[in-house]
Write a protein that binds this ligand. Structure first.
Ligand SMILES: Cc1cc2nc3c(=O)[nH]c(=O)nc-3n(C[C@H](O)[C@H](O)[C@H](O)COP(=O)(O)OP(=O)(O)OC[C@H]3O[C@@H](n4cnc5c(N)ncnc54)[C@H](O)[C@@H]3O)c2cc1C
Length: 385
């Protein structure tokens, strides 16, 4: 039974139709070329889907977390590379939703409403999983900050109009000295470096960002100086389920492609052997479990309840399921799997276990949540003795 409302089902149907018309037919071409897909931004403009996380007060669609997840699953089904463009742009907006003033929201969201995209720049060569170890700096000079340094593996970077960039305002304070800023494309000294070539999500744009004496207005500081890490962690809590959605789309597509191929191999009433049938049954079970965990996390967020552990759980579970199912699908389909869209799905699935915090890091977050409630109980017991 679906727990989606009639409105969510309608949005899901619209997203599925868009994906069938604008994504699936072109995904392979852009994947093979390893090129970004500007046409998709034009195709999506009228629907304002790139503003799905933007509040209505700023001209956006203000979709709930669950509705956004449903849209992202549909896009992940079509092409995880193209879906990453949408997910990463929403990720950049989340930092502004967390900490932006009204004026900053307008500054950041106006381009989204026009169909443009954004980037979230946290990672540096020395700061991936250890996100607090970045070296980029932002020095206050009068009414401005001057940014120096670099970011790597930044999604959408070559095509974004607006960026949220994390840099040290107080290097001596380490992680507590990180602050978050809005930086606009074209600011002098801000350039795009290397474009990365990738195993999967090859049509997604992944680049280096370089900052050489980049002057930005002091008004572009998000929150207060030193709040950057807190803003980044809240942003990632909000954004990680998007990776679960993309993973779910990938896994569902792999199962559907397997079934389609088997129906060709075993026409009419003939059935594949029981081993194969049971594999398909297991895939279906895992996909449904992943979907329900995602919907649960999104319902918690929409209800305003804590969901940080569930956000990490759904990202981890769905991406592991996507990797497992796409790999199994290639294996089950043999040479056809290795040479068809299933091969792309398998390549695309790998990044889901890595970006927005690797699954090992998610397991650290989850294990902390698992252990946390035990602490007071132990303390009470000790006090009682
Ligand atoms: C295609 C792509 C797009 C990306 N997009 C963005 C983006 O838009 N914005 C952005 O800011 N970043 C982005 N990233 C960066 C991404 O978030 C990082 O790659 C990720 O956080 C992992 O960091 P790392 O690659 O430096 O790996 P490392 O941190 O070097 O980790 C290497 C391995 O060690 C493990 N490991 C590290 N620390 C621990 C620990 N404490 N305990 C257990 N295991 C550990 C990791 O799990 C991993 O398996 C992107 C990366 C890629 C590849």
């Amino acid at each position: 039974m679906s727990i989606l409302t009639a409105e969510q089902k309608q949005i899901q149907a619209q997203a599925t139709a868009f994906v069938a018309k604008e994504i699936i037919p072109f995904a392979e071409k852009f994947d093979k070329a390893g090129e970004f897909h500007p046409y998709l931004l034009d195709a999506a403009r009228e629907s304002r889907i790139f503003a799905m996380a933007v509040p209505m007060a700023f001209g956006g669609l203000e979709y709930s977390a669950l509705t956004q997840a449903v849209v992202l699953e549909a896009w992940g089904y079509g092409c995880a590379g193209m879906a990453t463009t949408l997910a990463a742009s929403v990720l950049s907006m989340d930092s502004v939703l967390v900490a932006g003033t009204e004026a900053q929201k307008k500054q950041f969201f106006d381009p989204m409403v026009r169909g443009e995209i954004g980037s979230f720049g946290l990672t540096e060569p020395s700061a991936g999983s250890d996100a607090g170890n970045g070296k980029s700096t932002a020095v206050r000079v009068g009414d401005e900050y001057v940014i120096n340094g670099s970011k790597c593996w930044i999604t959408n970077g070559g095509y974004s109009s607006v960026f949220v960039i994390y840099a040290l305002t107080d290097p001596a304070a380490g992680m507590k000295g990180i602050s978050a800023f809005i930086v606009e494309k074209g600011t002098p000294g801000f350039t795009i470096g290397t474009v990365d070539h990738k195993l999967g999500i090859r049509s997604s744009n992944t680049v280096e960002l370089l900052f050489k004496d980049v002057h930005i207005p002091a008004a572009n500081l998000l929150g207060k100086e030193g709040e950057g890490m807190k803003i980044a962690m809240k942003t990632l809590d909000m954004a990680r389920p998007a990776i679960a959605s993309l993973s779910l789309g990938l896994a569902q597509r792999a199962l559907d492609e397997c079934v389609k191929h088997m129906q060709k191999l075993y026409p009419e009433k003939a059935q594949p052997g029981q081993t194969l049938q049971f594999k398909l049954a297991d895939m279906r079970i895992e996909i449904e479990a992943a979907r329900q965990l995602l919907y649960h996390a999104m319902n918690l967020r929409d209800a305003g309840l804590p969901y940080s552990a569930e956000s990490a759980m759904t990202k981890t579970f769905s991406s592991d399921v996507a990797m497992k199912i796409t790999t199994q699908a290639v294996q089950l389909m043999g040479a056809y799997g290795y040479t068809s869209v299933l091969a792309k799905l398998m390549r695309d699935a790998k990044i889901m276990q890595i970006y927005e915090g690797t699954n090992q890091i998610q397991r650290l977050v989850i294990s902390r949540a698992v252990l946390a409630p035990a602490r007071p109980a132990v303390a009470v017991q000790k006090g009682g003795n």
